[in-house]
Structures are given as structure tokens and as C-alpha cells.
Write a protein that binds this ligand. Structure first.
Ligand code: ADP
Ligand code: MG
Length: 241
């Protein structure tokens, strides 16, 4: 399928996700519409249980919606098979989680090299790319450390580097600072948003962190299964009129 360079990195149309349980069903997403273009960071702020992770899993092609469409770089994915979706996920989408999920037996550098090898990048090119990213994230001196020897903030910065390794179109971050103290969270936030800006990747970041939300280009709330535009006013999140 041909792809327009003008297409948004992520476009979501009328997304519905219902979980069917034994005795009830929950309509978590009730018609989500959302567009994020290259270089744009969008914060998604909502209380626990609102469906943020559900939305990120669908946007990341980890799950399929009940109905609706997810388009990555203008390419519709609903009719694609699992192999095609896995290929888009590996090449175009980078994930960052609340817990770093780095592989404990590998160094910081190797954790950034591995996803590139899976995509067929040569080992020398992958190592160069990993060193470049570690450098940009201020982690050059930590390249050979295993995750357990890194601080929480360093672990998350390695996770950011890993997410960027394959030059994705889209970063999906699920409460990336949720496990950090306030000072570290604000450092990691600044780092993530700066990397988004200068790499031109689009980012959708689920967060409870008002400071992070305020620093993003745009803020969305998820309320009763629908996305609404929001802003920070007097330190509080409110829906835009
Ligand atoms: P958030 O990330 O905003 O905390 P989630 O997306 O994790 O919210 O969950 C939204 C709602 O969907 C919750 O009520 C949760 O219990 C429900 N839910 C999430 N995943 C499943 C699942 N696999 N099966 C049934 N219910 C689920
Ligand atoms: Mg969640």
C-alpha cells in the first residue's frame, strides 16, 4: 500500500472496545477519534480504569478493537493479518512502559541493539545507533551496565532509547514516569519530550503527571470512553470549552 508522507503518524477512527465478561460487559472505549502528526507529543490524562492502557494497546496493534480503525502513517491496519501488524509494530512503533522492562541479563547498549537486530539491522550499525542514542540521553558512561546497576531514571532513559532505536513513527508511553520520584520524573519527562521534538516522532503518552501533560504539545482526557481536548489551568486539568 502506498503511504503519503503527509499522513498523520497515528489516526484513530471511531474506536470501540468492549470487554465481555461472564456476567457483564464493559464498554471501555465508546468511539475514540484521534490524530497525531509527526513531531507532536500528546498527553493522555485520565484516572485509573478509564481505558488509557486499552487505547495504547489498540494503537500499538497489540490488540484488536471491537470496531473502528487504527491507521499508522496512513496505513489502515484493521484488515491486516497478525504478521503484517507485527511487522508495522516492530518497525514503526516504540513502546515505553511504567516499569522499564529492560532485559536484565543484557547491558544498556545491548538492550538498545537487540530490537534493531530483530529488524535485520547489522550488528555494527545497531551498535553505532545504540551509542548515538545513549549519547543523546546522557548515558554514554552507562553503556555497559546491566539494568540492575542503573538508577530508576537511567533505566527509563534506556527504555526511551530502546523505543527510538528503530526510528519509529510513533512512540506509545504508558505512564512512563509513574514509578519515579518527582525530580527524576521531571528529568525523564524533559528528556522524552526533547527526543520527540528533535527526532520528529509522534508520541502518545498516558500520564498522571500534570507537569508532563503541561509540557506536551496537546492534552487529551479520556472520559466515559470518549476523548476530549483538555488544558491545564491554575495547575488543574480541565476540559476545553
Ligand atoms: P487505565 O490504563 O486507564 O487504568 P485500562 O485500560 O487498564 O485503564 O482499563 C480500563 C477498563 O477496562 C478497566 O475497567 C479494566 O478493568 C477493564 N479491562 C482492561 N483490560 C481488560 C480485559 N482484558 N478484560 C476485561 N476487562 C478489562
Ligand atoms: Mg493503565
Amino acid at each position: 500500500m502506498s503511504k503519503s508522507t503527509l499522513a498523520p503518524a497515528l489516526q484513530i477512527n471511531d474506536l470501540i472496545r468492549t470487554f465481555i465478561n461472564l456476567d457483564n460487559s464493559i464498554e471501555v472505549l465508546r468511539g475514540v477519534n484521534l490524530t497525531i502528526k509527526a513531531g507532536e507529543s500528546v498527553a493522555l490524562v485520565a484516572p485509573s480504569g478509564s481505558g488509557k492502557s486499552t487505547l495504547l494497546h489498540l494503537a500499538g496493534l497489540l490488540e484488536r478493537p471491537t470496531s473502528g480503525e487504527v491507521m499508522i502513517d496512513g496505513e489502515a491496519t484493521s484488515s491486516q493479518n497478525d504478521g503484517e501488524r507485527t511487522s508495522i509494530r516492530g518497525g514503526k512503533i516504540g513502546f515505553i512502559y511504567q516499569f522499564h522492562h529492560l532485559l536484565p541479563g543484557f547491558s544498556a547498549l545491548e538492550n538498545i541493539v537487540l530490537p534493531q537486530l530483530i529488524r535485520g539491522v547489522s550488528e555494527s550499525a545497531a551498535r553505532n545507533r545504540a551509542r548515538e542514542l545513549l549519547d543523546q540521553l546522557g548515558l554514554a558512561a552507562r553503556a555497559d551496565h546491566r539494568p540492575a546497576r542503573l538508577s530508576g531514571g537511567e533505566q527509563q532513559r534506556v527504555a526511551i532509547a530502546r523505543a527510538l532505536a528503530n526510528r519509529p513513527s510513533l512512540i506509545l508511553a504508558d505512564e512512563p514516569t509513574g514509578n519515579l520520584d518527582a525530580a527524576t520524573a521531571s528529568q525523564v519527562t524533559a528528556t522524552l519530550l526533547a527526543r520527540v521534538k528533535d527526532s520528529g516522532v509522534a508520541a502518545l503518552i498516558a500520564t498522571h503527571n500534570i507537569e508532563m501533560a503541561a509540557a506536551a504539545d496537546r492534552i487529551l482526557m479520556l472520559r466515559e470512553g470518549i476523548i476530549i481536548d483538555a488544558k491545564i489551568q491554575d495547575g488543574k486539568l480541565i476540559a476545553k470549552p
